[in-house]
Design a protein around this ligand. Structure first.
Ligand SMILES: [Ca+2]
Length: 209
């Protein structure tokens, strides 16, 4: 039997091939990190054959007007079941760039953070087979995890895409939620949701309590 990570990678490659490449000129992605009301899970690739994905009112910070990405991994008979969150956004990078990934999640199964590595800007062309993986345990409560990664020396990486995957090797159905993902060339300072017209993460008093 093939290792579960290899099976997961193969299936992600198949999913990734369906993604529409799009570049952002800014330092940080993703474009819709808060999953605010009215925005939902647009700008995210949905692996419909593996999961049922939807926008949920359940926000990682209990922020009114914001929600999260909810995925119900479908039962699989002969392979691992997967809940996947893949933004359509792409980040152009230098070959030796240091990257900062962050996501807040709640899942009945372990979480894995990946990077898809591309030889051309805007995530064009066939991507490298290498991917960077960090593993995080299942969590019944919202948990924020971060991975700091330097791109491998020798591979002419020109752009990257961020992928979060929760997996059950036994193929059972399970639920996973993602919120507030971040991928950037510097450490996250703050993430607001002004673009959605909300100030729920900012103090209404001066000075703050
Ligand atoms: Ca949110």
């Amino acid at each position: 039997m093939r290792p579960s990570h290899a099976r997961r990678r193969d299936r992600l490659i198949a999913c990734g091939a369906l993604l529409a490449a799009r570049a952002l000129a800014q330092n940080t992605i993703v474009a819709n990190p808060e999953f605010d009301a009215g925005v939902g899970i647009s700008d995210w690739f949905v692996a419909k054959s593996l999961q049922i994905s939807s926008w949920s009112l359940d926000d990682a910070d209990d922020c009114a007007g914001s929600g999260s990405y909810s995925a119900l991994a479908l039962e699989q008979s002969e392979s691992a079941s997967l809940a996947i969150a893949v933004p359509n956004d792409c980040l152009d990078v230098q070959p030796d760039a240091q990257l900062f990934l962050q996501v807040t999640y709640r899942s009945a199964m372990p979480l894995y953070l990946y990077l898809f590595l591309y030889p051309s800007a805007s995530c064009q062309g066939a991507r490298f087979t290498e991917d960077v993986l960090t593993a995080h345990p299942a969590s019944a409560v919202w948990t924020t995890v971060e991975s700091v990664t330097t791109l491998p020396v020798g591979d002419p990486v020109a752009s990257v895409r961020f992928v979060a995957v929760s997996q059950d090797d036994l193929g059972s159905s399970f639920s996973t939620s993602f919120d507030r993902p971040y991928l950037g060339l510097s450490e996250r300072i703050f993430g607001d949701d002004f673009d959605a017209g909300s100030t729920c993460r900012w103090s209404a008093t001066s000075p703050p309590p």
